[in-house]
Each structure stands twice: as C-alpha cells, then as structure tokens.
Design a protein around this ligand. Structure first.
Ligand code: UDP
Ligand code: MN
Length: 273
C-alpha cells in the first residue's frame, strides 16, 4: 500500500538548517553543537554569527557566516541576523528553511521525518507558540484592536516551506526583513509571525515537538526524546533548566546535550560503551 501521507522525496539535503549564534557564545554554546548534532547534518547546517573564527570555519567546512550584524541582543541586530538567514535560504534553493538558536539541540532524523509529512510546495509555517494568546496590535491613541497574530518561538526552532518563503520575497528579502522589524518594533521571531500570519495570511501550524527553554525541560520524558525535534537549556540565577537524561556527570555536561546525543545515538564516537 502506498502511503501518500509521507513525502519520502524529502531528505536531509532538502533542508536548510540555520543556527543563530554570536561571538559571546563561540566558546560555550557552539562547541557543544559542533560535537553533537551538527555531525549528523554537516552539509545542511549553517551558522549565522557576528565574528570570524578560523578554527570553527575549518571545523564546519566553511559553514560559518559572518553576518556583519553587530554582536548585541538588541532587536535590530537579531533581526539583522534573521534577515541574512532568510536571504541565504533563498539563495540555497532548498525546500525547507529551518531556524534554530545556538542553545537548541536538533534531533536531525526526526526533523526530516516530520517534514516528510508536509508538502514543501504548499505554504507551511511550522513551530511552537510560547504565549497563551496572539500578539495584539492596537491603534493609538484610541486603543482600538487593529489585528492580532501568532508567532513561532525562535528559541524552539521553526520551519518555513520554500513556497511560503518565496511569497514573502517582496516584503522580506534583501534586508527588507529588518525594515519590517523596525517598523513594528518587535523581535525577529515575532516579526516572522507578523509577516506570515498578517501580511501573507497564512496561519502557523502548531508542531509541539519543537521545544524552547521557556518550557520546563525536565517535563519531557526520555521515552519521547526520539519523537522531539528540538530541545533547549538555560541557566538563570544558577538554576539550570535542562532535560532529565541519564549519561555524563552534570559537571562535565551541564546542558545535558552530550548525554542526550548519546541517548539518541549510543554508537557515537564519544559515547561510553
Ligand atoms: N544572540 C545573538 N546576539 C546576542 C545575543 C544572543 O545573536 O547578542 C543569539 C544567541 O546566539 C541565540 C539567540 O540570540 O541564538 C537567543 O539568545 P539567548 O539564548 O542568549 O537569549 P534568550 O532570548 O533565549 O533569552
Ligand atoms: Mn536562549
């Protein structure tokens, strides 16, 4: 029986995996990614940063892009990076644009299998929300509700099909994404939601397998790790928000990503046997 719900034509090579990073995290967050999931998607993953690091440029076979956006957490500069990510995706000719942060672990085989259930020739915006209601835009000074929209949390990762990305071209390509961010004065992921839901009139499709550290990571059960697309971690006031996974000592692996990688891929070179 032919299973028409699966689009087996999609392989890892059809996906442009884009990771936003910065000079500040080049020696903390990036090495963990390079050691783990990047090894499973070396030719498909690109890093968008704001510095030059020759060693990492070699390690990634030239996949570090210096966006020349400034290294700060300000809206404008984060939007600058997203804008460059989007432009590089368009240039790549790939079927799916998937964005992640540098505190995400991407479960590469699962990302591929989930995307196989959607048609890249249709308009898809896949991700996870972290808010309980849509963003609402009011008219000043009367406070009349103008419109509202949902957005996928950038820190959980999200994917956009090529068909939809091409429709956004007139408003978002060639750096125009930055102008939109500045115009509505909202962060990069919110601006993506604004463009797709409000300007393109395409709704976000909720894919709960994307995860950001806005959730409590320990609530994810290890039995379900294989089904998840992304994971994250954070540390606030010396308290880590991390997944609960058996493996390496927490002093050696505080983010738990090395342990997660060995949980998913036990035969990997650095995993105990
Ligand atoms: N980031 C960046 N420039 C900065 C700070 C952060 O490009 O000056 C990136 C960072 O590498 C990550 C994302 O923005 O991919 C989110 O940063 P972080 O996790 O520090 O903050 P959060 O928004 O999750 O609290
Ligand atoms: Mn983060």
């Amino acid at each position: 029986v032919l299973d028409s719900s699966l689009n087996k034509n999609i392989t890892l090579d059809d996906i442009f995996i884009s990771v936003k990073t910065t000079k500040h995290y080049q020696y903390t967050r990036l090495p963990i990614i390079l050691k783990t999931w990047f090894q499973l998607a070396k030719d498909q993953t690109w890093f968008f940063t704001d510095t030059d690091n020759q060693q990492q440029q070699n390690q990634t076979n030239g996949h570090m892009v210096n966006t020349k956006c400034s290294a700060s957490h300000q809206r404008k500069h984060l939007c600058c990076k997203m804008s460059v990510e989007y432009d590089h995706f368009l240039e790549s000719g790939k079927k799916w644009f998937c964005h992640f942060d540098d505190d995400n672990y991407v479960n590469v085989p699962r990302l591929v299998s989930v995307l196989q259930t959607y048609n890249h020739q249709e308009d898809w915006y896949l991700g996870r929300t972290s808010v309980y209601e849509p963003v609402k835009i009011y008219k000043k000074p009367t406070n009349q509700l103008l419109f509202s929209f949902w957005f996928a949390t950038g820190g959980a990762g999200f994917c956009v099909s090529r068909s939809l990305a091409l429709k956004m071209l007139p408003v978002a390509s060639g750096g125009r994404f930055i102008s939109i961010c500045e115009g509505i004065r909202l962060p990069d992921d919110v601006s993506m939601g604004f463009i797709i839901e409000h300007l393109m009139k395409k709704n976000l499709t909720l894919v709960p397998e994307f995860h950001s550290h806005l959730e409590q990571m320990k609530l994810l059960m290890s039995e379900s790790f294989r089904d998840q697309i992304s994971f994250s971690y954070s540390k606030t006031k010396n308290v880590w928000n991390v997944i609960n996974v058996p493996g390496f000592d927490s002093r050696y692996d505080p983010t738990r990503f090395l342990s997660l990688h060995c949980f998913l891929f036990p035969h990997f070179k650095f995993c105990p046997r």
